[in-house]
Write a protein that binds this ligand. Structure first.
Ligand code: AMP
Ligand code: GLY
Length: 432
């Protein structure tokens, strides 16, 4: 069969690479893809939100299944449009995608289902939100443990973790008065700030059965030691010891099952990948957010370890037969992904710089370079984004996987390239 993957990041390269290993698959297309997907499979020049052209392509080329990588087409209703045409597509419909596209929708559902999450209040304008902060912390010049969030999608940037009143008021002003994230800021959330280690628990569900994947850990801040501005994720590894087997069972029972169940009761069946972003607090795991697609870069180490055929899993999710699927098989070895980024990211950066060293790394065993912001021009691989590559390695221990990943990273060069040097250190230097 033929499969189309929608998107152009590292996650989509990993999905296309894994799908292409299925003996059931003859051809994989990626729209619009990057230099990595152009090399491994086949790119088609259609934008991820151009539903009309995507449907035309799928029909003309006999594509059996479409797999959606990013949140933008999901929240714009790509699944609804494809299903109306009778086409098979992996991902939640527009209504269910609100779990990610509206933080207010997500938090209200969590509260109603009694799922542990940070306390929160919703405001519709800057005045009432500022008033709340000023009143509540009238005499407080010190730490103000609040997080200010824009309701809608803001490319991971609509969240400000605050440490004092000035930061909180400034964030409210930016989101709700200056509307730096546009309509995403028409509702604003003020949340209690949680402390602990973060973990990503991803699960595949057809709305009835839930298949939980091993826990992963992302590294969102730009610089070593979790310093600097937030990014889309500078690296990830899997599995993570931050979530024990016992905690994983607890998360399934008290977080994932009630979430999927409550959505079903609301008449909003979730089909696809549900990603719980968790804070492992002293009171237990609490949900920070839900995403409705694979995490990027969590997807890269996860799929590198998956031994089962991902196409069986995808098809059973679409068909509602996940209860009949064999238990997933995993490589027992840990895997880590180090993101190599452009100078200036997450701020502005140059594009079009030539990347060298990729051929040498391709020969290394247990290493796979997933492309994100790259472009193939006249046979050369050029930078084309902030997060450029995700160098992913598997080893007998987290330390061995880390060493291998960074050995590969050192062979790849372009002007201004940088990466975090401490990906997975939380697992390696874990306090006992
Ligand atoms: P979100 O998009 O809601 O996951 O937020 C992005 C990042 O902001 C998370 O990965 C956390 O690092 C941080 N964050 C969000 N909500 C909270 C919270 N209530 N307490 C502490 N940190 C948070
Ligand atoms: N790695 C974080 C995300 O995909 O949202």
């Amino acid at each position: 069969m033929k499969i189309l993957v929608i998107g152009s990041g590292g996650r989509e390269h990993a999905l296309a690479w894994k799908i292409s290993q299925s003996p059931r698959v003859d051809q994989v297309f990626v729209a619009p893809g990057n230099a990595g997907t152009a090399r491994d499979v086949e790119n088609i020049a259609i934008a991820e939100t151009d539903f009309e052209q995507l449907i035309e392509f799928v029909k003309k080329n006999d594509v059996s299944i479409t797999v959606v990588g990013p949140e933008a087409p999901l929240s714009a209703g790509i699944v609804d449009v494809f299903e109306k045409e009778g086409l098979k597509i992996f991902g939640p419909n527009q209504e269910a995608a609100q779990m990610e596209s509206s933080k207010v929708y997500c938090k209200d559902l969590l509260r109603k289902a009694d799922i542990p999450t940070a306390d929160y209040q919703v405001f519709h304008d800057a005045e009432s939100a500022s008033h709340f902060v000023q009143n509540r912390y009238a005499d407080d010049a010190g730490d103000v443990p609040l997080v200010i969030k824009a309701d809608g999608l803001a490319a991971g940037k609509g969240v400000v973790v605050c440490h004092n009143k000035i930061e909180a008021i400034e964030a409210i002003d930016q989101i709700a008065r200056q509307k730096v994230f546009g309509e995403a800021g028409s509702q604003i959330l003020i949340e209690e700030r949680l402390d602990g280690e973060e973990a990503s628990v991803l699960a595949i569900t057809d709305g009835k059965t839930i298949v939980t994947l091993p826990a992963a850990q992302d590294h969102k801040p730009a610089f070593d030691g979790d310093k600097g501005p937030n990014t889309g994720g500078m690296g990830a590894y899997c599995p993570t010891p931050s979530v024990s087997d016992e905690q994983m069972n607890w998360i399934e029972e008290h977080v994932l099952v009630p979430t999927v169940h409550s959505m079903k009761i609301e008449g909003c069946r979730f089909k696809g990948l549900l990603y719980a972003g968790l804070m492992m607090t002293r009171q237990g795991p609490k949900v920070l957010e839900y995403n409705v697609r694979f995490g990027d870069p969590e997807c890269q180490p996860l799929l590198t370890r998956l031994k089962s055929d991902i196409v069986d899993l995808i098809e059973a999710t679409i068909d509602g037969t996940l209860d009949q699927i064999e238990p997933l098989q995993w490589d027992t070895r840990p895997s880590i992904c180090v993101v190599m980024a452009s100078e200036g990211y997450p701020g502005s950066y140059k594009k079009g710089l030539e990347i060298s060293g990729l051929d040498e790394v391709e020969k290394m065993e247990d290493v796979k370079v997933f492309h994100a912001g790259t472009k193939l021009v006249n046979g050369k691989v050029l930078t084309n984004g902030g997060r450029v590559l995700g160098v992913t390695a598997t080893g007998n221990s987290v330390s061995a996987a880390k060493l291998l990943a960074y050995t590969a990273v050192q062979k790849i060069r372009w002007p201004g390239v940088w990466c975090r040097k401490d990906i997975a250190d939380k697992a390696i230097y874990q306090k006992s």
